[in-house]
Design a protein around this ligand. Structure first.
Ligand SMILES: *Cc1c(COP(=O)(O)O)cnc(C)c1O
Length: 453
């Protein structure tokens, strides 16, 4: 066993060193590190090497070539850091190597999914009898919800999709905003829907669907809303649109990849009011909750639709009264994602989750103020954790962004807002501190003056 112990000790030592180095290091890999990456491209080894040596090499080439998104100064996309307790839980869960597919394969994985799923229904104040499935990300959470929605809408019209397939069913109508996150279109594609089938609805200045521009709905309509526009952070009008949908017998899905967490904050929950009226919701763990990557969940009001879609029955998959995780997800074998959700929620509690939301939103507000003082223009109403901004011209915006990235202090991405090139900050990492914001603002000011020379 000493070889085994060695390899874990090596990994532990490197991981500790890596995490300790994050606050000081540049957000992106250095050129020097990137230049060493090609050294990994060698012919397939004929013979093996000692495990601890492999881990050493992984650290030597790998750690310097990571993006420091677990730190406090990565603001690109909407990514989120990773809480130490969640990383630690993930280490332990990795050593368990549990298959969360069925309860008998892992009682602990099964129970922690059930517990954390129920906790989240309470935390988000969604219908307590909604079902849930643990998946890789919001894209798959949305796909799972769409598959359930399709099954439910067609079942109400007398079709059993699982049995008869989609060849002779009436067409489902798809209604969503012009500003829908593109992964929703990907998810629709997995379910066999194309973009030509979508009835796009015009949006207002913050990217919210305009309820008055909605087409009239019917009981074959699938309406897809957003909590947390990827640029502005704004949310659709759930009250008004869900009321229209309910009256027509339509299904409402909400892509709430990060926005659902706003519901936990006393200061922000009004932004997602009425979200509980929808039929299904997708939300990431790996963004605002700061779980390690590859972690999301969807919730669905209609358990029967989920069972019709994902319910698996085979004699060898022993059924008992416990929750069988694979009856709610596209996969059978899965890693035990519930472990990290449980550890994070247990360690934070409701107040800790709310605190992450409030603090990151406060930092976004500081960014917006500091950015305007630096002579840049903030383009969105900064209601949540997202800030969109630009310089006077697209060329200058591009140059400022380049200079910001070159500073190494922080990283943020480009975006298109209302057809124009802009920059976007998303404060989603629990690791971001006041000092990180001040240091980043100083780098932004530096980049602005550098660009004007
Ligand atoms: C990130 C994001 C997605 C995609 O989520 P993944 O977890 O990357 O699959 C979808 N919608 C919104 C609004 C997002 O922010």
């Amino acid at each position: 066993m000493s070889g085994t112990t060695d390899v874990f000790e090596t990994a532990y030592r490197h991981a500790r060193e890596y995490m300790g180095s994050i606050p000081q290091r540049a957000v992106m890999p250095s050129d020097e590190a990137l230049q060493k990456l090609p050294l990994l491209r060698e012919p397939l080894p004929l013979h093996g090497e000692p495990a601890a040596d492999v881990i050493d090499q992984l650290h030597n080439f790998g750690s310097p070539n990571t993006v420091a998104s677990t730190g406090g100064r990565f603001f690109g996309f909407v990514v989120g850091g990773a809480l130490p307790v969640a990383i630690a839980a993930s280490w332990l869960a990795s050593s368990w190597d549990q298959n969360a597919g069925t309860w008998v394969l892992s009682p602990i994985a099964g129970d922690l999914e059930a517990i954390s799923g129920e906790w989240m229904l309470e935390l988000f104040d969604l219908p307590r009898d909604a079902v849930f499935g643990f998946v890789t990300g919001a894209t798959m959470a949305t796909f799972s919800s769409i598959a359930a929605a399709r099954s439910a809408l067609l079942r109400r019209r007398g079709f059993d999709v699982k049995k008869s397939g989609l060849a002779d069913v009436p067409p489902i109508r798809l209604i969503m905003s012009e500003d829908i996150h593109p992964t929703n279109l990907t998810a629709l594609g997995y379910a066999g829907f194309g973009t030509d089938q979508i009835e796009f609805v015009a949006v207002d200045d913050q990217g919210r669907m305009i309820p008055k521009k909605m087409p009239s709905l019917d009981n074959l309509s699938l309406v897809m809303l957003q909590a947390g526009n990827i640029n502005s952070g704004a949310s659709d009008d759930f009250e008004a649109i869900c009321r229209l949908a309910r009256r027509a017998g339509a299904w409402v899905h909400v892509d709430a990849a990060f926005g659902l967490w706003a519901r936990v904050s006393e200061h922000k929950k009004h932004l997602v009011e009425g979200i509980e009226r929808a039929d299904s919701w997708s939300v990431d763990g790996h963004k605002w909750l700061n779980l390690p990557q590859d972690s999301a969940v969807y919730f669905c009001r209609d358990g029967e639709a989920v069972h019709d879609t994902f319910g698996v029955d085979a004699t060898y998959l022993i059924r008992d009264s416990n929750r069988q995780g694979n009856n709610f997800t596209p996969e059978l074998s899965r890693r035990a994602r519930g472990v990290e959700f449980w550890a994070a929620l247990k360690s934070l509690g409701r107040s800790g989750v709310a605190n992450i939301v409030d603090e990151t939103c406060r930092h976004a507000r500081s960014f917006a103020d500091g950015i305007e003082q630096a002579g840049l223009e903030v383009l969105n109403e900064v209601v949540l954790n997202q800030v969109v901004f630009r310089a006077e011209t697209p060329e200058l915006t591009k140059l400022v962004l380049e200079n910001i990235q070159n500073s190494g202090v922080l990283w943020l991405g480009p975006t298109t807002w209302k057809g124009e090139y802009a920059m976007r900050i998303s404060v989603s990492s629990a690791a971001t501190s006041d000092a990180d914001v001040q240091q980043s603002l100083a780098a932004i000011r530096g980049a602005v003056s550098q660009s004007k020379v």
